[in-house]
Ligand binder design. Structure first.
Ligand SMILES: Nc1ncnc2c1ncn2[C@@H]1O[C@H](COP(=O)(O)OP(=O)(O)OP(=O)(O)O)[C@@H](O)[C@H]1O
Ligand SMILES: Cc1cn([C@H]2C[C@H](O)[C@@H](COP(=O)(O)O)O2)c(=O)[nH]c1=O
Length: 198
């Protein structure tokens, strides 16, 4: 048993459905008396908010500065998540270090991003909602504004960088789960519940 066994990370392209599934997991736990918290990265701490300002194009910084902001936000966020795990809760997190590898490596060496993230604990479950660039893009169509990385051409590269991140962290596959994110939200949720044995 490891402290991080009940730490669950959801990853995927923008629009793949991670927020939808995070909310469902949280409601499911509430209804079934399972102690849990839902959280996300970038966090709503002040460093996370600075990263969010760059994502929303209100501020502009060098790609390395942005990668460092995500890592600094994560360092603080991990402390909060650790406390919750120590209290016996499940921690469900929308995005984690795999997002840094997939997105910041668009503009930096993969190894540089890896180095910034090498000390963070791995989750008990890393769940990737696999979704095509076309599907995730059409799900984003209703949004009013386009964030920094939400262009189709970039999302294609993000997809292959995700693959590289997962083979780096999970060479044997243990702890990594790829779920078909193209099916309906209910079906995706049932798959997640099955994986977590909840
Ligand atoms: N499995 C699904 N099938 C159809 N539509 C879905 C599915 N999952 C989510 N959606 C819809 O797609 C849109 C994007 O979903 P959501 O916000 O969960 O994506 P996301 O991965 O969190 O995106 P981002 O990372 O950009 O915030 C929402 O309108 C949501 O209702
Ligand atoms: C944690 C993290 C996130 N990002 C990117 C990925 C997405 O484009 C946005 C977050 O959007 P969401 O709607 O809140 O999911 O930020 C990143 O580039 N690097 C990271 O480490």
């Amino acid at each position: 048993m490891s402290l991080w066994d009940k730490f669950v990370v959801l990853e995927g392209l923008d629009g793949s459905g991670t927020t939808t599934q995070l909310n469902r997991l949280s409601s499911y736990c509430l209804e079934n008396g399972i102690d849990s918290i839902r959280t996300f990265e970038p966090s709503d701490g002040f460093i996370g908010l600075a990263a969010r300002a760059v994502l929303e194009k209100r501020e502009k910084v060098d790609p390395l500065t942005l990668a460092q902001l995500f890592a600094a936000d994560r360092r603080e966020h991990v402390k909060m998540m650790k406390e919750q795990l120590e209290n016996g809760k499940w921690v469900f997190c929308d995005r984690y270090l795999f997002s840094s590898l997939a997105y910041q490596s668009l503009h930096l060496d993969f190894e540089t991003v890896l180095d910034l993230n090498k000390e963070f604990p791995l989750p008990g479950y890393c769940i990737y909602l696999e979704c095509s660039v076309e599907t995730s893009s059409s799900r984003r169509d209703k949004r009013e504004s386009i964030d920094l990385f939400e262009k189709e051409a970039l999302q294609k590269q993000v997809m292959s960088l995700y693959e590289r991140a997962f083979t780096t962290f999970y060479p044997e596959g243990k702890g990594f789960y790829k779920i078909n994110g193209e099916t309906g939200a209910d079906e995706v949720f049932q798959e997640i519940i099955k994986v977590l044995n909840l």
